[in-house]
Design a protein around this ligand. Structure first.
Ligand SMILES: [Fe+2]
Ligand SMILES: [Fe+2]
Length: 301
């Protein structure tokens, strides 16, 4: 039996007007707001809400078995942004099982007022097996596949610091999850926001990297993980497994960034992953299939 997934990411839904409280005034939020309101992001995500509605219509028509949300639904990490995103994605949240992990824009600042907001609004996609009381990682066990949701986002203080981190506790819990019998007996796909590599195959620069990416990759290589699904990078790309790295890397790109408007439909069946890229077509205001490829994913030689 095959399983079909819709992988979506980086919706970055802008919210106007935005309600600011006294404690919201922070250099990082002000820089982000400036970018959204007047600079690059203003035009880049101008159609985000319209495209998100078309995305929801398309996924409902395609009827995947599960939806994977790789983070960055918000811009500045406000609770109101998550409420807007959850309202737009409500038809998917109510219809399909899924996993959702936060991005750096969802964990924008270490702000107690927004703590747990992402998880609250995307609660239907936060269900699965966990170790102890931790929120992440968790595992959604399907009939012939496991989706491992790991949080790679960590609030950073300065606007130029876009690093992510998994942390030792999550790595420990992930290893424990991977040894459980119901997970050990199935192939696994990892879901994070941050990538291991950029589209050119190189590691991210210092202030953009996932600080413990190599430690995470080592855990995946020791177990039965076949693919790492992520977002963060706004243009889609795929790296097939190679001799050094036994798992594939799949970045679906931003669903709402102008002229990218992309998501992946993945079909997993007996070691083969069929990958279709679907994009928003401005003329018809619908998502259409623009490319198709296939990867063979196996454990070891
Ligand atoms: Fe993003
Ligand atoms: Fe991001």
């Amino acid at each position: 039996m095959s399983v079909r997934l819709a992988q979506i990411s980086d919706l970055h839904l802008p919210l106007w007007p935005m309600r600011w409280r006294k404690q919201d005034y922070h250099i990082k939020r002000l820089a982000g707001w400036l970018n959204m309101r007047w600079l690059f992001r203003r035009d880049s995500f101008a159609l985000a809400e319209t495209v998100a509605e078309a995305l929801v219509r398309d996924i409902r028509q395609r009827q995947p078995h599960v939806v994977v949300l790789c983070g960055d639904v918000a811009c500045l990490g406000f609770d109101e942004e998550f409420a807007l995103a959850a309202r737009l994605l409500r038809p998917l949240l109510e219809t399909f099982p899924g996993v959702a992990v936060p991005g750096n824009h969802d964990y924008y600042l270490d702000d107690p007022a927004c703590a747990g907001s992402f998880e609250r609004h995307f609660a239907p996609w936060q269900c699965g097996l966990r170790i102890e009381q931790g929120v992440y990682p968790f595992a959604l066990v399907l009939e012939n596949l496991v989706l491992l949701a790991v949080n790679s986002a960590k609030p950073m203080k300065w606007p130029w610091d876009v690093r992510g981190e998994i942390g030792t506790q999550q790595l420990k819990h992930l290893q424990a999850l991977l040894t459980r019998s119901e997970i050990r007996s199935r192939p696994c796909f990892l879901v994070t926001h941050y990538p291991l590599l950029r589209s050119d195959g190189r590691a991210e620069t210092y202030f953009r990297r996932l600080t413990d990416a190599e430690a995470l990759a080592e855990v995946l290589a020791r177990h039965h993980v076949l693919a790492w699904l992520h977002g963060h990078r706004h243009h889609p790309y795929v790296h097939a497994p190679d001799i050094h790295r036994g798992f594939a890397l799949l970045c679906c790109g931003s669903a709402t960034l102008r002229r990218v408007w992309s998501y992946f439909e993945l079909e997993w069946h007996e070691h083969r992953l069929q990958l279709k890229r679907r994009c928003y077509w401005l003329a018809t205001r619908e998502f259409v299939e623009v490319s198709q490829s296939e990867l063979v994913l196996t454990l070891g030689p």
